[in-house]
Design a protein around this ligand. Sequence first.
Ligand SMILES: [Zn+2]
Ligand SMILES: [Zn+2]
Length: 453
Amino acid sequence: MVRVTQAKGLLAAFGLASINTVIATSQTSLQSRQKSNSSDITPYVEKVSDYVDSLEEELWSINKEIHDNPELGYKEVKAHKLLTSFMEEQKGWNVTRSVGGIATAFMAVFEGSGDGPVVSFNAEYDALEGLGHACGHNLIATASLGGALAAAEIMREEKLAGKVILFGTPAEESLGGKVKMLEAGIFEDAKIDISLISHPGNGADTPYMITMSTDRFDIEFKGLEAHAAAAPWQGINSQDALLLANSALSYMRQQMRPTDRVHGIIESGGSRINVIPALSSGSYQIRSADDEQLEDLTDRVVQCFKAGAIGTGAKLNLTMRPYGYANMNNNDGLAASYSRWFEELGGEVPEADLDKTRDPSGSTDQGNISHDFPAISPQFQITFANGSVPETGPHTEGFEVAAGSKPAFEKALLVAKSLAGVAVDVLTVDGLLDEIKAEFKKSQSSKLRRRRA
Ligand SMILES: [Zn+2]
Ligand SMILES: [Zn+2]
């Protein structure tokens, strides 16, 4: 009876199975669950928490060093060296310093006792040009590092089957490090079952990151130079083409969905005041709630660019950047497990059904992973050293300061523990990974149905 009650509590907390399912589970399975003590997470919570706390000093120094030495995408040489050297010192971990032909991408593997679930964590460590770690990726590295080490420690102590993998995933900001790694088959070859990451912000703590699909365009208009006063009629004004296209986009905004975004910059528009500009260029990014809506928005944006060319006679050269980001496909099973651990450890999250209806904001290349493997990217609120929440979110000067604070680091440790908890659940709770995979499969097929519709 006790066994059933415990199992009911656990599965109900995950929101995945009813008591009927539990009762229908064979006696043998319940007994083995009881034997492995996996129906009660309390002992694991203490172990995970104590272990992460024992790493606090080392993690703080890694966190601070990454934060104080910001490096741009694919150039994260110091952070990469710091993280791979640290992982090489850890007992039982095998580190591959470079994967997928990317110098600053790495993989560290901890093998359990035999075949079992493969739980993986992604660590980001790139910064923003001119803004440093204003997206707080130093905290992402810290949370994933601590999470992976704690999950491996439980695996070692409990002699669990399976693997824990920590991936070093560079160049998240605009350059699609994870997309490149996906294309190189890094995650598929490692046979990962789940993918875990997190992201700091100034909003409420939540296991759900709701992001947009996004693409980028580089545009260039080629016109014809002419004397701006003596013979302007002989010229073709590329700058006018760019401004016309930009105006067309501005008019289009009124008819866009609330979840669509178009934002861009004009990079060049001629250099001499008395010459009709022959070459002008700009860069635009577009975002939508999902890939289908993004496709629709892309068609409309391209029409606006063409309008600039038609109106002026300039020639349009349009280049789409190769790494588009997909929206996050959040896995409810993983999210429920995260919430349970996060709350057990003293955190608070909103009610899931309501939380999931939030409007999307921002984009991440973890989105691409989430359409290939069950994944989550919980968001966590950080504060300045004085405990106040930054008024502005990531990609601002204030957020960069907060991302380097001690309280932000401490929050990242709480996230590390909760992410480790998800991994421990997947490794120890009978049937949980099957449920997570079934949900993931369903999310894939419904997506395909939508595409055909
Ligand atoms: Zn960012
Ligand atoms: Zn970020």
